[in-house]
Design a binder for this molecule. Structure first.
Ligand code: ZN
Length: 396
């Protein structure tokens, strides 16, 4: 953990260029990646190339090409590509190395989001931790290993778009028939190996009322009041869920109402209100069962309607004894002295791949506590260690 003050916004970013001469190539690469905005519009009406993965995908493709690695861009929707490449060395096993290209938005950051700054061994900027440091580590480890000509398995390099909102890039790749024997999904885990995590289902619930002038509220039906009843039931249900008998690794499921919107003006009785639900699921909980259960909870409320989920990804769980998990753990030990295999409460692309039969772990440099924050950073020493660990894992 870094206890010092983050560098304040608009601080001259001189430290970066001064130090570039002595930096590891992976740090150069990470700096370049952070300097290219690739914010996820998160379903809102934000647009422009800063809210797209196009520029960073082209950069990654060009960088790999310079290093004799051929990858393609595949649009998951116009202007939002995945980067994908297969390195087939005729081995019997195939390893998927994956890390997403998108970041959350950079509003209200207190460090320069797209002018990467290095101070005290940390690189600051949006995406530095989540998860451009994983993108850079995977690329550098692959280049290093190929440079020595000793890849121990076929590799699939996959840098998807749209992880932060809908896991859209991963779902697209899964629909294209992605196949691998094992996957390392790059996310900030502080180099711990995450072998199980929850899934997540997100959807909207609407209430439908009737418009009226607010001087005659009795002539309308207030959609916000209708929603208030829905929310009370959901809040009670969320408490019950949290007390449900826990999964041995992942604890109990969770539910939270995260967004509410309704009404056009204070002097109008609103006819429409909606909320957005975030339901954290355990391995084995199906989308259908979750929706049915929630509908049952709301059976005594009126005039509500569910939209189909815009995101639904299962949890994942892999045995600690899985040979690939043990091998990765050994690589971590050899590089940093100790390793840990853990579980996590958050969801990742790994849930998508687990659902199509690819055993995965989540692993990468950076601390999840710094992800999405206003002073996001990553420790450079962890990136260098991640490169060594991945290199060891994919070498013969
Ligand atoms: Zn991430």
């Amino acid at each position: 953990m870094h206890d010092g003050e983050p560098p304040i916004r608009r601080r001259a970013p001189a430290t970066l260029s001064e130090n570039l001469m002595v930096m590891e190539p992976v740090v150069h690469l990470l700096s370049d990646l952070v300097a290219i905005p690739s914010m996820n519009p998160m379903g809102r009406s934000r647009s422009g190339k800063e809210y797209s993965e196009q520029t960073i995908a082209e950069y990654v493709q060009h960088y790999l090409k310079k290093n004799s690695i051929d990858v393609q861009l595949q649009d998951i929707e116009p202007g939002r590509p995945n980067v994908v490449g297969v390195l087939d060395v005729g081995a019997s096993k195939t390893i998927l190395l994956e890390a997403h290209l998108d970041t959350v938005h950079a509003d209200n950051m207190v460090v320069e989001p797209f002018t990467p700054t290095i101070r005290d061994g940390m690189l600051y900027g949006r995406g530095a931790c989540d998860t451009k440091s994983s993108v850079a580590s995977i690329i550098q480890a692959t280049i290093n290993t190929l440079g020595r000509g000793r890849l121990g398995a076929n590799l699939i390099l996959l840098f998807p778009a749209d992880e932060e909102y809908r896991f859209g890039g991963a779902q697209y790749a899964a629909r294209q028939g992605l196949k691998a024997d094992f996957g390392i999904i790059g996310e900030p885990t502080s180099l711990s190996i995450i072998r199980a995590h929850k899934g997540v289902t997100r959807w909207r619930i609407y209430t439908k009322g009737e418009l009226a002038h607010s001087a005659y509220p009795e002539r309308g039906k207030n959609a916000i009041y209708l929603m208030a009843e829905v929310i009370q039931k959901l809040e009670q249900f969320a408490r019950e869920l949290a007390e449900r008998s826990p999964h041995p690794l992942l604890g109990s499921p969770r539910m939270s109402v995260g967004v509410i919107e309704g009404g056009q003006a204070v002097n109008i009785v609103p006819d429409r209100c909606w909320i957005e639900i975030d339901r954290r699921t355990l391995p084995g909980e199906s989308e259908n069962a979750i929706l049915q259960e929630t509908k049952t909870i709301l059976r005594n409320c009126s005039d509500w309607e569910f939209e189909p989920p815009y995101l639904s990804v299962g949890g994942m769980e892999l045995s600690e004894e899985e040979p690939a998990v043990q091998k990765l753990s050994q690589c971590v030990r050899e590089c940093v002295g100790a390793s840990s295999i853990e579980v996590a409460p958050y969801g990742t692309d790994a849930g998508v791949y687990a659902a199509i039969g690819i055993p995965c772990v989540v692993f990468g440099p950076g601390n999840i506590a710094q992800a999405h924050t206003d002073s996001e950073y990553v420790e450079l020493s962890q990136i260098e260690q991640a490169v060594q660990i991945i290199e060891r894992f994919i070498s013969s």
